[in-house]
Design a protein around this ligand. Structure first.
Ligand code: SF4
Ligand code: FE
Length: 483
């Protein structure tokens, strides 16, 4: 079974015995929980679209390792064309869900692990690449969703992992056995862990010799013994319990993050991809972060397309669509959004093969891409709120709209252009509210800031990759400076 249907995916997640907590209680059936379900629906779209002939080229690829057509989210990039298609696929999914569809972290971890395990083996004669390929082939053959878990809680940011007051603030090896290792710690902000079959754990930063126990990478099923998740709250999350899809704004899709705890979890030898070779921790981080910074040039652009469209519809419903300043604001939003996309495509087109054979993006351009993402969506949201008007945050509930006494009053006084029912006007404003301030704001705003690394992390990479010496030499040559 190389490709699962959306329904098969949902049922495969239902079968897992995950330990999930929310609001102080264990969630018995995460798949059926009304707060969590929209996030599962988003991942489901990565399966549903892969079944559609018109999207086959973007959503799937033939794996050179299995010889079969696999979902692109489990694919190892074989060319710059693959890298470009990845970004286009992410834009498509952002457009279809207006949410984080979560599955990219696994794809990005796959490609970072592929080359880094190879490089580690070359230096140390270890067998991590073989381990990883076995795991990757299993995921391709079974069309699994994989969480890529990098971010540790990190405690006191001025201290190295081994200097922390609590040694578990970075995930680490607590026991080495003949058949594997035992690990303890946690991974924070885990996008989609809840909707994944497997988790790939990676170190969160480069490590020194004294932190070798923290330089660890491996993969485990999400329901392995000792793993549990605490779901993060989102603004307006309990609106999903009120029974009004209209008030939620985007009732069908969403994203979800969790704190994933590893409470003395056993990892068998053949699932280990790094175990103490500390100088490769930084390499893995740099490559994973690079791929995920490329990803944001696709997914956030697709969500941006929906937001721009929603703002344009809101303007039409107000009768303001022909005003020149509205047209100009929509042009500005489009300009910003396409600039994000341009960087996502550019870092892909400028990719190159690694020693291991897969393709890596251009790291400088991928970091520039994500640095733009830390800024432009905020401006796009600001303009959308400007166009939407204050009603976006003052509109009454659906219950009031349906009330026999209040409904006609709302219909009368909150009407824009006469031909558009007030309900439609309220629906588009709720969608903008969802993206700007509600559950989806996690994915579109704050995740744009901090997901795939906070702005300063990209600036460090930009300074490393920017080749200032070369630029200085160019200037000195033209100025005829001889030193
Ligand atoms: Fe994919 Fe974007 Fe979500 Fe990352 S933030 S998992 S790239 S949709
Ligand atoms: Fe993300």
């Amino acid at each position: 079974m190389a490709l699962m249907t959306g329904e098969q995916y949902i049922e495969s997640i239902r079968k897992l015995n995950m330990e999930v907590y929310m609001f102080g209680k264990r969630v018995e059936s995460p798949v059926d929980d009304p707060i969590l379900r929209p996030s599962l629906n988003s991942v489901r779209m990565t399966y549903d679209l892969a079944q559609m002939p018109e999207y086959q080229d973007l959503m799937t690829a033939v794996s050179p390792y299995t010889g079969e057509r696999v979902n692109r989210f489990t694919h190892i990039h074989q060319s710059t064309e693959d890298l470009v298609k990845k970004v286009k696929m992410q834009r498509l999914l952002g457009q279809q869900t207006a949410a984080c569809f979560q599955r990219c972290v696994g794809m990005d971890a796959f490609n970072a692990e592929f080359s880094t395990t190879y490089d580690t083996d070359q230096k140390y004669g270890t067998h991590y690449h073989e381990n990883f390929r076995k795991f990757m082939t299993y995921c391709q053959e079974n069309d699994l969703t994989v969480d890529g878990a990098m971010t540790d809680p990190k405690g006191d940011r001025s201290k190295a992992p081994s200097q922390q007051a609590d040694p578990d603030l970075f995930l680490h090896v607590v026991e080495r056995r003949a058949d594997g290792i035992v690990v303890r710690g946690a991974k924070a902000h885990q996008t989609g862990a809840l909707n994944s079959h497997e988790i790939i754990v990676m170190p969160t930063q480069s490590m020194k010799a004294e932190d070798a126990d923290y330089a660890v990478s491996f993969a485990l099923p999400v329901d392995a013994k000792g793993i549990y998740m605490i779901i993060g709250r989102q603004s307006c999350d309990t609106r999903k319990l009120e029974g009004s899809e209209m008030d939620v704004g985007n009732a069908e899709f969403g994203g979800v993050e969790a704190l994933v705890v590893f409470d003395d979890v056993f990892v068998p030898n053949d699932r280990i991809f790094l175990n103490g070779e500390y100088e490769f921790a930084g390499v893995l981080v740099e490559r994973f972060a690079g791929y995920h910074r490329q990803s944001y040039g696709g997914c956030k652009v697709g969500v941006g397309d929906v937001l721009i469209g929603a703002a344009a519809v809101a303007a039409e419903y107000n009768g303001a669509a022909k005003a020149s300043h509205i047209k100009d604001k929509l042009i500005e939003m489009t300009h910003l959004n396409e600039t994000l996309y341009a960087c996502g495509i550019a870092c892909s087109a400028e990719g190159h093969p690694t020693e291991s054979g897969n393709y890596l993006i251009d790291l400088l351009l991928a970091n520039v891409c994500k640095q733009n993402v830390t800024r432009f969506p905020y401006e796009i949201v600001r303009l959308a709120e400007d166009i939407a008007g204050g009603l976006m945050v003052t509109a009454p509930s659906e219950a009031d709209l349906r009330d026999p006494k209040l409904g006609p009053v709302i219909e009368k006084y909150l009407k824009g252009v006469d031909s558009v029912p007030t309900e439609n006007r309220l629906r588009i404003l709720r969608l903008i509210e969802n993206l700007a301030l509600g559950t989806a704001a996690v994915g579109y705003r704050t995740e744009s800031m901090h997901g795939a690394g906070s702005p300063q992390a990209q600036r460090i990479m930009i300074s490393r990759q920017g080749n200032l010496e070369h630029k200085k030499a160019l200037a000195k040559k033209l100025a005829h400076i001889k030193e």
